[in-house]
Design a protein around this ligand. Sequence first.
Ligand SMILES: Cc1cc2nc3c(=O)[nH]c(=O)nc-3n(C[C@H](O)[C@H](O)[C@H](O)COP(=O)(O)OP(=O)(O)OC[C@H]3O[C@@H](n4cnc5c(N)ncnc54)[C@H](O)[C@@H]3O)c2cc1C
Length: 388
Amino acid sequence: MDGGIVTTEIPQRVDVGIVGGGIIGLAVAHELAERGREVVILDDGARPGNATHASAGMIAPVAEADVELPGLCEFRQWSHQLYPEFVARVEERAGVDCSLRRDGTLLVALDRDHAAELERLRDIMRDQGFEPQPLGVKDVLDMEPGLSARVVGGLLLEQDDHIDQRVFMQALRIAVERGRGRVFDDVVVERVAPDGVVQGHHTRGDGRFELECEQVVVAAGSWSNVGLDSPGAELPLRPVRGQVVRLHAPALLRRVVRTPDVYMVPHAAGELVLGASVEEQGFDAQPTAGAVFDLLRHAWRALPGIYDLPLKEISVGFRPVSRDHLPVIGRLQGRVCVATGHFRNGILLAPGTARLLGQLLCDAVQHALLGHFEPQRFAQPVEKTTNG
Ligand SMILES: Cc1cc2nc3c(=O)[nH]c(=O)nc-3n(C[C@H](O)[C@H](O)[C@H](O)COP(=O)(O)OP(=O)(O)OC[C@H]3O[C@@H](n4cnc5c(N)ncnc54)[C@H](O)[C@@H]3O)c2cc1C
């Protein structure tokens, strides 16, 4: 053996190679496989800080409407509309019930500051065409009897949904593999070239691989700059750390409840997710006492019954964020596209991202939304040379 590149089980050629098997890579793979493309997902399987794994699974175009950026509100609403049908197709193909929950989000105020914040959010939501329903104390406590007597009011956001994204990920993977897709979760991608050649190594053993792709989609979350081998291809991406606590809490809440300080998401499996911190700590995947303390304290103020619940898990994820806080979706260079930068909304935006890339790669259609998200917006201006 001369140390050259050896392809083991990974094929030598494929229609579309996808770097990253988080929610974005899997959703894009599913869409492309459904449209008849042969896809290969390349993921390293065990990277600390995988955002999808840590996420709370909210599909919340209204509760997330607090940030107004060009194209983002429209993209959230469009992706949200695509969700039921997208999940139904995955469920049918995979034979797995993904339990998309469509019971809305209850936004709750526990004091005067919270009440003022809810008023501010309500104005923004109305500007974006939503009609959150104001609720009195009795309405809130009738809907969620476990909430604290501190409640001073609330808003019902009927459109917001949620899903256990870990179950959804498993279903997506099965659906991809039952279609024209293969998922490798033991490979590290080191280099992606503009001509579609992807190289890397296996995490088990020392084999290397080289995959020739008609098209490549880099969907590696916060790590999407990995090995993008072309001048000017470096994206201004950074990880924004989020910590969440998972408790065993069968039936403590009926729907998602948020205060301005914390959200609480009940998953069908009897799990309550408390989230989330928002921290600029680079790729440090160590959970901290302070963040966990804050989450538990804020959640306990709203829902005192959590005090005696068994602790299940503390997890850390890196939200992929671009410099302008908008997603980065579209053609980067040559045969290489990118889909990242989904920040706090990657679960919500997965079907929309998959649809945008499906149209781009299969129909050569550039949806108008891509004008806001294209990676070329970060390209360095070419320096003018002057004579003399
Ligand atoms: C605490 C927290 C809570 C959140 N809650 C919500 C929510 O309720 N709703 C919502 O819409 N969004 C939420 N988000 C945001 C959402 O989770 C992210 O936007 C989304 O998961 C990003 O998905 P991704 O596929 O781009 O990245 P990731 O899920 O991070 O996946 C990237 C994948 O690429 C792989 N990879 C990276 N580099 C390489 C390489 N060189 N070779 C091989 N594989 C590689 C990684 O191992 C990983 O599997 C939350 C995020 C966090 C952190």
